[in-house]
Each structure stands twice: as C-alpha cells, then as structure tokens.
Design a binder for this molecule. Sequence first.
Ligand code: ADP
Ligand code: NI
Length: 211
Amino acid sequence: MNEIVSTITHYVKQKLENEGSGHDWHHIERVVQHAEVIAKAEGANDFICIVAALVHDLADDKIASTEAEGLKEVERLLEDVNREDREHIIEIISSISFKGGNRPPVTTLEAQVVQDADRLDAIGAIGIARTLVYAGAKGDLIYDPSITVRDNMTPEAYRSGQSTAINHFYEKLLHLKELMNTAKGKELAQQRHEFMEQFLDQFHDEWAGRK
Ligand code: ADP
Ligand code: NI
C-alpha cells in the first residue's frame, strides 16, 4: 500500500474504531472496498477515490464538532498529498452527503464513485442493520403508522424531524438505486435494493398479521 494511504488508514481507523453512529471503521472499510471496485470499472483515479472514501465521514457533523472543523482536520491529514488532489478530495467529501436529498449532483467522476460507494453501504442487509441501529440510537421507533413519510426535507428536518426506522426506507433508502451515478454502482445496487423491498414486504405482512 502507498505510504500516504497507509498513514491515513491508520489515523481514520483509530479515530473511528469505537464510533457508534453507523460511521464506524468497518463502514469506512466497506466504502473503500466498493470505491476500489467501482473506480476500476469506471476508469476513475483510484488514489483519489480511496483516500476520499477513507476520509469521507471525518467532516460529518455527527463526528466532527462542526463541518468546518472536520474539513480542517482532513486538510491537515492530507498535507502530504499534492495540492490539486487534496483540493479534489476536499471537494468530494463536501459534496457527497445526502442530507435530505435536495443537493446538487456531484460533478467529477471520482466524486460520483465515492458517493455511489457510500450509498451502496446504506442499502441491502447492511443498510437495514445500520438504519435500525441509527434509529435506536436516535430514540426513534421501529415503526409507527401514524407518523407519515416525509419528502423534500430540508437538511435540518432530515436530521432532527420525527421519523421511524421504517420511514427512513421511504424517505431515503429506496431512492438511492435511482440516484446511483455510475453504471457499476447501479448494477451493484440492484440486488441490494430488491432485498430491502423483500424485507419491507415481509415487515408489513407481519405487522398486519398476514404472515
Ligand atoms: P447521509 O449523511 O448520507 O444522509 P447519514 O450519515 O445520515 O447519511 O447516515 C448514516 C446511516 O444511518 C445510513 O445508513 C443512513 O441511511 C442511516 N440513517 C440516517 N438517518 C436516519 C434516520 N433518521 N433513521 C434511520 N437511519 C438513518
Ligand atoms: Ni459514509
């Protein structure tokens, strides 16, 4: 492994090892793995994709005290990366988060790859598990039919408004397949998407006493 990548890997690993908000080190490892696969298929710059995947959650407001502080930390961490690549990586991590959905599409191929890699880890069996853990940590219910599904949320409403674990599938996760940027990302999302649909069908059948 390239020395810069190895230093950054160590830093991120020790920082996120015990993170409990669904952004733990294993999430990062999976996103790096997806990013490598997609970058290869799409002909993207793999160094940029791997490093951006490694640092993509460090500026998240659940991990850093503020997004600006988090971005400063990433800049320090990337001091040995050449300026052009560093600016590109910072640009990627500032632009890929979902935050309610009303965000402009990302522009560079590498940003598309990392966003797809992060989104893949939000769907499928892993996505279901992360959603349940996140909802539990936030104090949300598994499901409550009286709480309606929201659309077109502001970032604030997305973060702090009332929701349930099951509503999160309709508010975000079921949209991700269509939002994938790359052909490889779309291909990998398909089966994970179908698995979530099966889970929701079964959930509603059990809830209604049909199964
Ligand atoms: P993003 O910033 O891309 O929206 P998050 O950092 O908010 O993603 O999400 C971390 C994980 O928790 C993801 O798997 C996401 O789908 C899930 N998650 C986010 N918000 C909620 C929520 N309100 N209820 C349940 N799961 C959530
Ligand atoms: Ni992430």
